[in-house]
Ligand binder design. Structure first.
Ligand code: 13P
Length: 338
């Protein structure tokens, strides 16, 4: 087994998933504004350090995706953040894209940038302890979007990023996110996500990726967030699995879903339904940002010195999602008492 394959498996096996804590400073400022906390480097560290030192890390979190600022920070106890994450047996990850920018040729759509100097940046991040990485492409669903241009350019960038990551001995997370915004129904999401994934894997093949040393981070197949159509969790799970089976090569060891704006409970429930059925060989888990941090962030906003209970809230959410990786989550037991 190659090293990259082993690392990929370590991140997504044994009921573990990924904590996506790689919000850019701009996004983190929005999150902090909502809880009336000043967004400065010290407060961002304080919140993230609280998550990374919680007891739930050991059992439920196989990898943490960091932002450039965080991977270079040192805790109040003098431990650097990568070492803190490694101390609970979790793998250190780093987001390396520099964001989605207007796509020349179809200016209302986005293409993700960040390839310039990436080979050198990977070398630096490897030295800092990173063993996996993330690049996110975004696609909007409207009557005319996504265009073939947006699908192809993003797939090309994802493949070039992923090839550079593997060259640096780092596992790439491939994240093509079809956004939930819009009033489209679930079938439209299925159709667009299928095309996006198909084209991504064509490009990954072309760039000679070792797919066993990658992780896919897709969206679930869901109706648009302003759609009026009713969809059951069972339908979501079945269409999501159908889409993966049709478009994702079997060598890919793990699928770690993004939450994409679903509530914490929805994200857990849908993951649970998917794993109750999972008739694939993929290990299917979570790589949640908002759906792992929302309740913790809101508790911490009101109780900034209550380190212990903030961690209790985080541990609970991480445990619930871990249960969902084996289809063993039970909705009426998803309660937390502080
Ligand atoms: P969400 O789970 O909040 O969608 O974030 C995941 C992520 O890493 C987006 O790039």
């Amino acid at each position: 087994m190659t090293d990259l394959h082993q690392i990929a498996l370590k991140i997504v096996s044994n009921g573990k998933g990924i904590l996506a804590a790689d919000e850019s400073t701009g996004t983190m400022t929005k999150r902090f504004d909502a809880i009336n906390v000043e967004s400065n480097a010290e407060n961002r560290l304080k919140f993230r350090e609280t998550l990374f030192s919680s007891s739930g890390m050991k059992d439920y979190i196989g990898g943490v995706i960091l932002y450039d600022e965080t991977i270079k920070q040192i805790t109040n106890n003098g431990i650097n953040i990568p070492d803190l994450i490694k101390s609970s047996g979790s793998v250190v990850g780093i987001k390396v894209d520099s964001g989605a920018k207007s796509l020349a040729g179809s200016a209302e759509e986005k293409v993700t940038e960040g390839l310039d100097g990436l080979r050198e940046r990977f070398k630096e991040y490897y030295k800092l302890g990173a063993r996996f990485t993330k690049w996110r492409a975004v696609y909007n669903i409207t009557e005319n979007f996504p265009t073939t241009l947006a699908i192809k350019s993003n797939a090309h960038a994802l493949a070039r990023y992923a090839a550079l990551a593997q060259e640096a001995n780092i596992v790439p997370i491939i994240e093509p996110e079809v956004l939930m915004d819009g009033d489209h129904d679930i079938n439209k999401c299925f159709e667009v996500t299928s095309e996006v994934l198909k084209v991504c894997y064509e490009e990954l093949y072309l760039h000679n990726l070792d797919l066993k040393g990658t992780i896919l981070k897709p969206n679930m197949i869901l109706p648009g967030s302003s759609s009026s159509s009713k969809t059951s969790n069972d339908e979501i799970a079945n269409l999501t699995l159908k889409c993966l089976k049709m478009n994702v090569p079997e060598e890919v060891p793990g699928i770690a879903f993004l939450s994409g704006g679903q509530s914490e409970i929805e994200a857990t429930k849908n993951l649970n339904e998917i794993n109750k059925i999972n008739d694939t060989n993929f290990l299917i888990t979570f790589s949640y940002g908002r759906a792992l941090q929302q309740s913790t962030l809101s508790y911490w906003g009101k109780n900034q010195d209550d380190f212990a209970n903030t961690q209790t809230v985080f541990n609970h959410r991480a445990k619930m999602n871990s249960l969902a990786t084996s289809g063993n989550w039970i909705e009426n037991k998803d309660k937390i008492i502080i």
